[in-house]
Design a protein around this ligand. Sequence first.
Ligand SMILES: [Mn+2]
Length: 471
Amino acid sequence: MKRTLFSAFTIFCFISVFEVFSQAPGVSFQYAYPYKDGIPIQNYRNRRAAVLASLDEHSAVVSFAADVRNRQNDVDYEYRQSSNFWYLTGMPDPKSALLLIPGGMEIDGRQIHEILFVQPRRIESEIWTGVKMGPEEAQRILGIELCLEYNRLNEILEKVLKGRDTLWLTGLPTATVTPPFAPKPIFIETELKNKLHEIYPELYIKTSLPKLAALREIKDADELRLMRKAIAISIEGHLGAMRAAKPGMFEYEIEAEMEYGFKRGGAEDVGYPSIVGTNYNACILHYISNRKQTQAGDLILADCGAEYQNYTADITRTFPISGKYSKEQRKIYDIVLEAQNAGIAACRAGNNFGEPHKKAHAIIEKRLLELGIIKKSEQTGWYFMHGTSHYLGLDVHDAGTRGTLKAGSVITVEPGIYIPSGSPCDKKWWNIGVRIEDDILITYGEPENLSSKLPRTADEIERIMAKKTAD
Ligand SMILES: [Mn+2]
């Protein structure tokens, strides 16, 4: 039985919803690329060239655009492009894929090494669907050797994969479906890989491309420009939230002040759901429901970052809703700040990725012992249970190698202490949760705190809160 690749890839094509098209004759829309101050196309070219140069000529790469995710019924979530695919193409549309052919392939007498597959424009229904880029515009705007319609992917892939031994795939759907009557969960990624193995038994299939992570780890000047912008917008949001906060407000009201600043500053979205936790909610690391009402004396932990052209900030501040930290709150706050400063100082090229965490952890361990909150070093993890750093960029937890720290990469430094009620220590510490997080650029010299314009010390934060009440 002859099998084709079609069956393996039809899954990417099911997205279209039932539509009744009607549009007056003659209607026409202009395609407009959404970003004027984005990454220059030469950078995208260089990235593709770097990936191509790193691979054997008997291999091929397919990088897929992100799926459209359905929210409910015929309403989808707002689309966010896959970070890997975006990094290589600058293409914002779904149902697209990039094929890289290190050994080249002859098409119409040309040796082609890169093909972008995109949805065609459907002029007759754009009043419904919006304007897609289409292959002609894609070639002009994105500077890729060849752009074709998405429905030609399987046909071209069949030709390319003859005689190649390795296929690198990024962006396969990773959803796991566990239907109620199925004997076991279905991993879509595994199913697709199995299907490909059936068709090409000799082909070695890999689903992560280490070279891509290594490239994404080091930011170029244009990426840093966009990250600085995302961070500047985020700082305005944080300041707005601090200034607006007062006892009795709900967490979501503070979240609203925060995200108002983000949107007003030009952010397309948040880089991750905003965390605004008060009182015991500050002790829940990924608390995002933000529904509780604040009370006088509460601490607010706000971990929020704006996304600008797909680059995100990641900033946390912990401030007192009543304007002044209590004695205990300030003690814990100052320890976290001291730990953060030690972590930031360790953000130097050549240091191990884990070094900032080691330094921050040592401070927290020492101070918690001094205060009698813990009795033994091993108990530090009860109150500081997460890592201190991750890479930051297109993703909030960005791609990278986690080897030594390299100039041009951006990592967060975010130690925290969380003491939920019931903890085996003096009750006066209960329900204090503090995290301080900044975005640090690794350089050849001193680390640069990209979010340093947002006050960090307890005194500075109290001054912001005091000024607000005087207004
Ligand atoms: Mn973070």
